[in-house]
Design a protein around this ligand. Sequence first.
Ligand code: NDP
Length: 296
Amino acid sequence: MAAQIIDGKAFAATVREKVAGHVARLKEEHNITPGLAVVLVGEDPASQVYVRSKGKQTVEVGMNSYEHKLDAETSEEDLLAVVEKLNNDPEVHGILVQLPLPGHLNEDLIINSIDPAKDVDGFHISNVGLLGTGQKSMVPCTPLGCLMMLRDHHGSLSGMDAVVIGRSNIVGKPMAQLLLGDSCTVTIAHSRTKDLPDVVRRADIVVAAVGRPEMVPGDWIKEGATVIDVGINRIERDGKNKLVGDVDYASCAERAGAITPVPGGVGPMTIACLLANTVTACCRANGLAEPEGLTA
Ligand code: NDP
């Protein structure tokens, strides 16, 4: 059986459309324009590409985009001052400090200096705690995107066996919390997990967030399972540069019921969810109803 392809690119376009509709209503009915501020320290090429793309998409959905580019030697004190200014700016509803930061800056300290209500990446310790205790929070964008695609495909996830491979703070752990919140039976696997193939074979839902190209082969996948591939790995094959995920797409697609491709799966959902989080933050800040279907 060939797996159904979960088209993240198309799904992200529908999320952006919903966001744009909500932004238009906020402007028309309340004279409010949501604003997203992105802070980039240094000149990491990958980060520059992400920040440009975020800025472009923010403007495309009708929101205000504020970019703060600081040089690589910026001191912690100066960066904290920028964040503080954004925390106090009523035009700014979402703040994102692009990671990774240069080595001399303490990432935890910086992230935890962001007003949790404006923490659209969902990395502030308060948001981590709120998510962990099932309370309303800002949810990290990549796992939120995965959850949206899973809900769209399955409807209810209740009672399903889910295995998340990877336990990072930005993907694996929040993903597991979200699946638990939707009443899945969740296993988190990592580099010390014993008999990973056997663990994965039990899963109705497999989320791979490992950072190892094509690590999960098809024969680990239960017939009909849904495979969400978070991995983005650049490899060279046949003399060409290629993007591949953490699962071996060809063999997994033969056994899975549904699968996300790389590229065009989880990747496009991440920025779409950042925009969704910004509009959610803006509604909460103004005591207005949150847009439906754009939060966890
Ligand atoms: P991290 O490196 O922070 O975490 C990787 C996790 O994988 C760790 O928990 C690690 O275990 C686990 N792991 C490593 N090797 C193995 C193994 N052999 N068997 C089982 N588990 C293993 O990565 P991230 O979570 O930040 O990212 C994961 C992937 O997702 C990357 O490819 C990244 O590029 C991609 N990504 C994609 C995004 C998107 O927008 N689509 C956004 C963010 C990330 P341990 O903890 O024991 O070391």
